[in-house]
Design a protein around this ligand. Structure first.
Ligand SMILES: [Zn+2]
Length: 85
C-alpha cells in the first residue's frame, strides 16, 4: 500500500507537467487533427468540433454552421475556445 501511495504522488506530479507539454505543442504547428471546443458566433453555445471534419458541422442550438469541410482541415466558423488532445 505504501508503494502504491508513492506511485500516485508521482503521477500527480506528471499531471502538472502536462500543462507544460500543451504549451510546447502549441508552439509547434503540426498537421495532426484535433478536437476543438468552438463557441458559436450566433448563440454563443459551445460545441466540440473535429478539426478535420469531413462533413458540415452545425450548431446544436441554433443550426449555424460551425465547421465547413475542405477536404483537409475544416474551416471553423465560430471562435475556438480551447484545443483538446
Ligand atoms: Zn449557435
Amino acid at each position: 500500500m505504501q508503494l502504491h501511495d508513492a506511485e500516485e504522488g508521482y503521477q500527480a506530479q506528471e499531471g502538472g507537467g502536462g500543462l507544460v507539454l500543451s504549451d510546447w505543442e502549441a508552439l509547434i504547428p503540426r498537421p495532426s487533427s484535433r478536437f476543438l471546443k468552438v463557441k458559436c458566433g450566433k448563440c454563443e453555445g459551445e460545441q466540440i468540433v473535429y478539426s478535420h471534419s469531413t462533413h458540415l458541422v452545425k450548431c446544436r442550438t441554433c443550426g449555424e454552421d460551425l465547421a465547413i469541410p475542405t477536404g483537409g482541415k475544416a474551416i471553423i466558423k465560430g471562435s475556438i475556445i480551447s484545443v483538446l488532445g
